[in-house]
Design a protein around this ligand. Structure first.
Ligand code: SAM
Length: 532
């Protein structure tokens, strides 16, 4: 097999913004409370390079060249051998993950635990598989842009398993300190042992070409000059599709030449989020959860605990539903709705898009303390079941219904949460592949649904009652755009008043939280009162 053309084909756009996974399925922002504390690290080139992989695993160390981890002289020729390939189980698991994401449209954070269990991987092997699998998913478009100029075949013409192997190998070369020869040979071994062994020569040759430069070198080669299009260059370097980087820049109001704020945000998206717990009011005191978990009190929410490490599922309070994993930003928006001033009766609360139920459980616990009840509406049956499970024992009634017309009495609710289905761009750090699966075309239909749900919320809330319109996306069309075209009966309150102690909330009256400023998901919250 011809390894690759002597000269690479002319460069592609290099913007890393194309979804070549073939998987068009996307979430709807529903996982904002699901956290997946996985190992990883910060990069030598400012992106996601993992120092802990620098040490190498036993087998890699044995193959290390004189230059050691930092040696970028390339892997050198690979000796021919007929022995069966020595397949590394961690890399094999990472490859399984890439193929599940590409072939089945799997969510990486849901698929990986089953893959690790199937392969009986624990400890360092599981950590390496997680870093390589999630890392490759997170940087997919960037890896594709580079791989595309290192081989002589267009990516869509490559066998899927070969493309996955190239992505996995390129990730190791560009984002870890695994020695290049180990990255290439371990990946080639996987191909030799897989369904397309004859492609191993091609993979070897393409990866050797990838190894000729580090990430900065490839960005230099493929991206437009910083002087002509700094945003495109940053998007490629930080492995975000261009349209998402654009949307973030718009939301941050940053169009200056240095893009410092946007850079910090994109970097925050590359790092695994800290695990936040919520101590559900009336079920467990926050101090007791701090003591049980060994964590520390959250900075902003009086119910939040930051977990230092370990599996939250091992905690007794989590097992019995007194505590749960929940991003602090999600806690803050629910608490803001519960705290907003309402005159008159305050006994009927509503969550109009409730699945899987993280905020419904927090609101339900607060409602219980205040003698109120919560109705929770969710259109997807299995997600409505999750809400039932999460809110068991609380004064919560779950309805499987479309929030646009749930069959509940109009004008009867004192407080309404609309945590709207959205693009989920504010929670990209939790969902490794999501940024390459979403497209700009997803935004308009979601905005239509968000507006229809807000109109329904406006009908269901009573005059004088309050709505919290929330998204886990900072995209302006889903946030300010929806609020600007809200029903005339809704007046905008200054939401900042109900985020006491939270810095950097800007000019208001709406609130936008940010991973790089607040350590939370990029939650948006508008508080609206029905006037008539
Ligand atoms: C952002 S998630 C809500 C997350 C939830 N508040 C939590 O904290 O766990 C949006 C939810 O709205 C649901 N949804 C989508 N369209 C809906 C509709 N027309 N009516 C009601 N729920 C809908 C989705 O299935 C999803 O579970």
């Amino acid at each position: 097999m011809t390894p690759f053309a002597a000269d690479p084909p002319p460069g592609r756009d290099g913007q890393g913004g194309t979804d070549r996974s073939g998987a068009g399925r996307g979430g709807h922002g529903s996982g904002s409370d699901r956290q997946s504390g996985y190992p990883g690290g910060q990069g030598r080139s400012g992106a996601s390079r993992s120092p802990r992989l620098d040490r190498g695993r036993g087998r890699d160390r044995g193959r290390q060249p004189a230059g050691g981890a930092g040696d970028r002289r390339g892997p050198g020729p690979r000796p021919r051998t007929d022995r069966p390939p020595d397949v590394d189980p961690a890399r094999a698991a990472a490859l399984d993950l890439l193929s599940a994401v590409r072939e089945r449209g799997a969510y990486a954070n849901l698929a990986l635990p089953a893959i690790l269990a199937d392969r009986h991987l624990f400890g360092r092997d599981a950590a390496l598989a997680t870093e390589l699998g999630y890392g490759s998913c997170r940087t997919l478009g960037q890896l594709d842009a580079i791989v595309a100029v290192c081989g002589d075949k267009p990516l869509p013409e490559l066998d899927g398993a070969v493309l996955d192997a190239l992505r996995l190998g390129a990730y190791q070369l560009l984002h870890t300190r695994i020695p290049p020869h180990a990255a290439v040979s371990a990946t080639v071994d996987l191909v030799r042992a897989g369904s397309r062994p004859r492609a191993s020569g091609y993979v070897n040759a393409v990866l050797r070409r990838v190894a000729e430069r580090d990430l900065d070198g490839w960005v230099e080669r493929l991206a437009p000059a910083a002087s002509s299009d700094p945003l495109a260059r940053l998007a490629l370097h930080r492995a975000h599709p261009r349209w998402i980087a654009d949307a973030f820049a718009d939301a941050l109001g940053e169009r200056g030449p240095d893009l410092a704020d946007l850079t910090a945000l994109l970097d925050a998206d590359q790092a695994p989020p800290a695990v936040h717990l919520v101590a559900r009011p009336g079920r467990i005191e926050r101090d007791a959860l701090v003591a049980e978990s060994g964590g520390e009190p959250g900075r902003f929410s009086s119910f939040a605990v930051y977990l230092a490490g370990g599996d939250p599922a091992r905690l007794d309070s989590v097992r019995r539903g007194a505590a749960a994993v929940q991003d602090e930003g999600s806690q803050l928006v629910a608490v803001a709705l519960a705290a907003a001033r309402v005159d008159g009766p305050d006994t009927r609360w509503l969550d109009l898009a409730a699945g899987p139920g993280g905020k419904a459980a927090l609101l339900g616990a607060l409602a219980a303390q205040r003698g109120a009840t919560l109705d929770a509406v969710e259109t997807a049956e299995h997600r409505a079941d999750l809400v039932r499970k999460t809110t068991a024992g609380l004064p919560v009634t779950v309805h499987t219904a479309d929030g646009r017309d749930p069959g509940l009495p109009p004008g009867s609710f004192d407080r309404v949460l609309l945590d709207a289905p959205c693009t989920g761009l504010g929670a990209l750090r939790r969902r490794p592949e999501a940024r390459w699966r979403r497209t700009a075309a997803d935004v308009a239909p979601l905005v239509k649904l968000q507006r229809e749900l807000l109109e329904s919320a406006a009908r269901l809330v009573r005059p004088g009652g309050v709505i919290a319109y929330v998204t886990c996306s900072p995209h302006l069309a889903e946030t300010a755009g929806v609020i600007a075209r809200r029903p005339a009966s809704l007046e905008l309150l200054d939401a900042r008043e109900y985020f006491q102690g939270v810095p950097d909330l800007g000019a208001g009256p709406t609130v936008q939280l940010w991973p790089h400023r607040h350590g939370t998901d990029a939650m948006f919250c508008a508080l609206l009162r029905r006037t008539g």
